[in-house]
Design a binder for this molecule. Structure first.
Ligand code: HEM
Ligand SMILES: [Cu+2]
Length: 550
């Protein structure tokens, strides 16, 4: 059991994460019904306000706070209790991030910042909204540096040794995060804030979008890598085996530092102002991410097979039946992984230069990220929640909770399958994303979209409603395991942190030489971005004044 003081920091993070989740999913279900024309929002609540809150609270806030809860617990578990300084900075990080979150959320809710979570210029929010966002980033940096500090102390005490896999992966994720944030910090501090407060009249739109996506793509890896950490370090333990290959796991992670950053232009393929050469180069680099992704898939299935065979599974697929399906901690993550197969395939479509033309800005994209961040990442976090909260509070995860856990993940899967399939199909037919007016005053071309079996309004509505129900069951489990469930007394009742053993005897030491990876990452970033960004600055078109479109 990790120190009480460390558990408290992690629990606060989880508390904030699930508060955001509660509001965010409520907004999600409202969106589904507004898009169906079956709900009209009151005059004081705008669709874009709702959608901004949904994107920010779920994709940015729920994920970030949950990730830090997981990191803090895992780092304290695998490297030992935090020292007083690490603890202090972790608290400061939490409060700064929370202050930024509250500022941004309040501004969204009072209608001062309906700019969606991508806050594209020239839409202009209240200046304090951008200050709030900046505080969120700075807060995560403080929390990150606290964890890096904890890691450095461990390294000094264990000279020449490789760090435990969990710590290695946490540090990899943090390095990627810090490099990625440089883009968004630059645009928020030097472009948005002076412009929103009226110190400058105009903004260089293309530059702001490019700096945003320099951050926006690795942002998705900031959500995904913690889920991968769970897949690599927790899942084998649940299966009763060791990590399949320690070096493979570490190599996959460092490849993510290299290939998740110099690729942001794949979100800007339809934009003028970036020449095709640079778009093409970044698309090629994007496809490199497939390598560590498939390495991960390979090692997961190898882990499953080894475990299933150890338990007596025979034949080509006999091992599959031997997996611990009755353990909701495992089944949740397995389903999460299964969703990532079509999710990843869809990602390849989105990033392909020509196919992007078909799906760009359609509901397909919304379908895509609900089966990447909305399920593989979110459901992995749900699966972690089932043991992480009881582990931190010392409460039991009762039989009843286990059953409710199953109901929750199954409803989430069904809901997501319905909603995201409908969104994918509607998107292919041409239905746009980010709009409340999907019926276009009953234009025949638009009405046709909704005639399909999966693309009709009913599928979306049922999917969205089941999802919301699932979210509420999860909230119930969270509250019970946080405050109400009986304390664990006997050894069988105590919930453990299921961290797998990893055999490091053959792992090369250079994998943990961070300067190599930071160096190569820097070179790739300069190659992919230096010339096009300097063009955007030197040959800037006239800037734009701000627009309030809502
Ligand atoms: C109750 C569950 C959920 C429902 C019913 C739901 C529904 C929706 C719908 C209908 C949209 C599209 C709106 C539009 O483009 O007009 C949307 C957008 C979005 N959702 Fe969800 N969602 C849910 C859960 C999640 C989760 C768990 C995440 C991430 C962790 C997430 C992240 C997003 C993001 C990032 C957007 C895009 C926002 C934007 O375009 O600015 N959603 N959601
Ligand atoms: Cu991307």
């Amino acid at each position: 059991m990790i120190a009480y003081a460390d558990r408290k920091i992690a629990l606060w993070h989880i508390g904030v994460a699930y508060t955001a989740f509660l509001i965010g999913t409520l907004m999600g279900v409202l969106q589904v019904f507004v898009r169906n024309d079956s709900l009209a929002l009151p005059a004081w609540l705008d669709y874009y306000q709702v959608l901004t809150a949904h994107g920010v609270l779920l994709a940015l806030i729920y994920t970030t706070f949950f990730i830090f809860a997981f990191f803090i617990t895992g780092m304290s578990k695998s490297l030992g209790s935090f020292g007083p300084k690490v603890r202090l900075y972790s608290w400061i990080g939490l409060w700064v991030t929370l202050l930024g979150t509250v500022m941004a959320t309040v501004l969204i809710l009072i209608g001062e910042a309906s700019v969606l979570y991508t806050f594209y210029a020239p839409m202009q929010a209240n200046g304090f909204y951008y200050v709030g966002l900046a505080l969120v980033i700075v807060g995560t940096w403080i929390s990150s540096f606290a964890l890096v500090g904890h890691y450095l102390v461990w390294r000094r005490r264990n000279k020449g040794q490789l760090s435990p896999l969990f710590a290695f992966m946490t540090i990899t994720t943090i390095i990627m995060w810090i490099i990625a944030c440089l883009g968004v910090v630059a645009t928020v501090l030097f472009q948005y804030i002076p412009w929103a407060f009226g110190w400058t009249d105009t903004i260089n739109v293309e530059l702001s979008r490019s700096l945003f996506w320099y951050f926006g793509h690795p942002l998705v890896y900031f959500w995904l890598l913690p889920a991968y950490i769970a897949w690599y370090t927790i899942v084998p333990k649940l299966l009763g085996v060791k990590v399949f290959s320690d070096s493979l796991a570490r190599l996959a992670f460092v490849l993510f530092i290299l290939f998740s950053i110099p690729v942001g232009f794949h979100h800007q393929l339809t934009e003028p102002g970036i020449s095709n050469f640079w778009k093409f180069l970044q698309v090629v680099l994007t496809f490199m991410v497939i390598v560590p992704s498939l390495m991960t898939a390979f090692s997961m299935f190898a882990t499953f097979e080894i475990s299933g065979r150890k338990k007596g599974g025979t034949g080509l697929f006999g091992w599959f039946k031997k997996l611990p399906w009755k353990d909701v901690r495992f089944t949740s993550i397995f389903i999460a992984m299964a969703f990532f197969i079509p999710g990843g395939a869809g990602g390849i479509i989105n990033a392909s230069f020509q196919l992007n033309e078909v799906v760009h800005n359609t509901l397909w994209i919304v379908g895509h990220f609900h089966i990447t961040v909305g399920t593989p990442v979110a459901m992995t976090f749900m699966g972690l929640t089932f043991w992480l909260i009881p582990y931190l509070t010392g409460r039991r995860f009762t039989k009843r909770m286990q059953i409710l856990g199953f109901v929750q993940i199954i409803t989430w899967s069904i809901g997501m399958l319905l909603m995201s399939t409908a969104q994918h199909v509607l998107g292919l037919l041409g239905a746009p994303r980010r709009t409340a007016y999907s019926g276009y005053n009953n234009h025949p071309a638009a009405l046709e979209w909704f005639e399909g079996i999966v693309s009709n309004h009913v599928t979306m509505a049922i999917g969205g409603s089941i999802l919301f129900l699932s979210a509420m069951i999860l909230m119930y489990i969270v509250i019970m395991t946080m405050f109400v469930s009986p304390k664990a007394e006997t050894p069988e009742q105590i919930v453990e942190f299921p961290l797998a053993d990893s055999d490091m005897s053959n792992t090369p030491k250079w994998l943990e030489n961070w300067w190599i990876w930071i160096g190569i990452a820097a070179v790739l970033i300069v190659v992919a971005y230096a010339i096009p960004l300097s063009h955007m600055i030197q040959h800037a078109p006239p800037g734009s004044k701000g627009f309030i479109t809502w």
